[in-house]
Write a protein that binds this ligand. Structure first.
Ligand SMILES: NC(=O)c1ccc[n+]([C@@H]2O[C@H](COP(=O)([O-])OP(=O)(O)OC[C@H]3O[C@@H](n4cnc5c(N)ncnc54)[C@H](O)[C@@H]3O)[C@@H](O)[C@H]2O)c1
Length: 457
């Protein structure tokens, strides 16, 4: 007779003491920007953690105590300490890690493909591998961002098919989507409440107790995995749609000779206005893809979320708008993009992190290069590296002798640019601010032909 999961010793009330005694074993499948800190935090809390990844390079680097996410404060040290203490051990043998674990956490990538459809291939492969080795009574937690229903309708059946076990009876399934921001992952993991939804009450209790104890955060229990996944997507879509709204009215105000930033700051003086700002585009592994998970579920359910789709289109067009501003500003000083030397400041998709996934800077760079601009690149996080096939230079090297500066990322270094100093180094003086970091008046005083997104004059 199959043991019911109720018979397993891991009950919610025992989680804190078992964790402290090192008696809970956890497999974290996928050791990326989310999986690695999750593994390290759980190890620090006392769990025995197997970090399982398909990449031998990732596994070997973690086992040497290394962490490639140098832009995550505190993470390299935490990984080093937990590996040294032998609480965190990485492996490419995902099956073995799962078979020895009480809980398996899925933290693999969930991008969109060229047709903007969710690409769940990593989730599918991880689910099948987990299914082949899953112990009766254990719990699978989905931390990867997925569309509502994916845990119940894709992940659970795959695990059931491979394991011969029944979800909710022989194993538990929970969704506990990760809500942290890159560049601040550890701090966020320890403060942002964790939303947990599960297919059975024991898994809900155990997973909630685990996050509460190990992360020290409040847990918000919801009725099922699909609600947890809907919460994760809705909060990201809220941001994407609001940014699109800011971009849309800012483009209009630019044409009407109105400064959109002044408008937004004015609006923000009313209690119920939540300011969002226009910019060169939205990048990263989350916002540009997450909408498509919901759109895809909407299409399936016969209810297409038009506003969400429109928001994506607006945000995706912003790099082209920046290119248009560059062209206009260069024309103002009697130049065209063709033949001009242009320094792109910032390649990362968001400030102060080393990550170029779906970065809007790439579209700006590519288009200007196609139009005949001679491009140089600076980014404080990437100095000396090769990005977009080009070596990232120091600020001086990137800017000297150029005609135009384009700010594509809001890195803190660019908030206090020495405009007079840069102007002296340049052949012509054009500045296009895709992140509205520079005071327009200061740029004009320094002799620049200036353009900023939404800065109508
Ligand atoms: N990065 C973020 O800011 C962020 C924030 C919140 C949520 N998320 C979500 O978390 C999930 C993971 O994202 P990430 O940024 O950590 O990804 P990542 O690309 O940084 O790392 C993913 C890791 O998974 C490994 N991997 C890929 N396929 C695998 C498989 N089948 N089995 C085992 N390992 C596999 C890769 O080798 C890599 O090491 C995604 O769903 C993402 O949307 C990401």
């Amino acid at each position: 007779m199959r043991a019911s999961i109720k018979q397993h010793s891991l009950s919610p009330s025992r989680v804190p003491s078992l964790l402290k005694q090192g008696k809970i074993t956890i497999a974290v499948v996928g050791l990326g920007r989310i999986g690695l800190p999750t593994a390290a935090i759980l190890a620090r809390a006392g769990a025995r953690v197997f970090g399982a990844d398909i990449s031998a390079a990732v596994v070997s680097s973690v086992n040497r105590g290394k962490c490639k996410f140098v832009d995550e404060p505190g993470l390299p040290k935490m990984v080093r300490e937990q590996v040294k203490a032998k609480r965190l051990q990485a492996t490419t043998d995902i099956g073995k890690a799962v078979s020895r674990s009480d809980i398996s956490i899925i933290s693999v990538p969930t991008p969109v493909d060229d047709r903007k459809s969710p690409d769940y291939s990593a989730v599918k492969s991880a689910s099948s591998t987990i299914g082949r080795s899953l112990r009766r009574g254990s719990i699978v937690v989905v931390e990867s961002t997925v569309g509502p229903g994916t845990a119940e309708n894709l992940i659970q059946p795959l695990i059931e098919a491979e394991s011969g076990l029944k979800g909710g009876r022989d194993f538990g399934l929970a969704s506990a989507p990760e809500r942290s921001d890159p560049g601040n992952i550890l701090a966020n993991m320890g403060t942002i409440p964790r939303v947990v939804g599960a297919t059975d009450s024991r898994s809900l209790g155990v997973v909630s107790a685990l996050y509460q104890t190990a992360l020290g955060v409040k847990v918000i229990q919801v009725r099922n995995p699909k609600t947890a996944n809907a919460i994760k997507l809705t909060e990201n879509l809220f941001r994407d749609v609001n940014i699109a709204f800011a971009n849309e009215f800012s483009l209009l105000f630019e044409k009407l000779g109105i400064d959109a930033i002044e408008v937004i700051n004015g609006c923000a003086s009313k209690y119920n206005f939540l300011p969002h700002y226009p910019g060169a585009g939205v990048g990263g592994p989350c916002l540009p893809s997450n909408s498509y998970y919901l759109i895809s579920e909407g299409v399936r359910a016969g209810n297409i979320p038009y506003m969400i789709r429109m928001a994506r289109e607006i945000n995706d067009r912003m790099p082209d708008h920046v290119v248009q501003l560059v062209s206009e500003a260069l024309n103002e000083v009697g130049k065209t993009v063709r033949g001009s030397k242009i320094a792109l400041l910032g390649v990362a998709y968001k400030p102060n992190i080393k990550d170029v996934q779906l970065t809007p800077a790439e579209g700006i760079w590519r288009r200007l290069a196609e139009m005949g601009g001679e491009m140089s690149i600076h980014d404080p996080m990437y100095e000396g590296d090769v990005v977009f096939g080009t070596k990232v230079k120091s600020m001086d090297e990137a800017v000297r002798g150029t005609d135009c500066i384009v700010i594509a990322t809001g890195h803190r270094e660019y908030k206090s640019l020495n405009l007079q100093g840069l102007a002296k180094m340049m052949r012509s003086r054009v500045l296009v601010d895709g992140r509205n970091l520079v005071d327009p008046e200061a740029a004009i005083r320094a002799g620049f032909a200036y353009r900023g997104v939404g800065r109508g004059r």
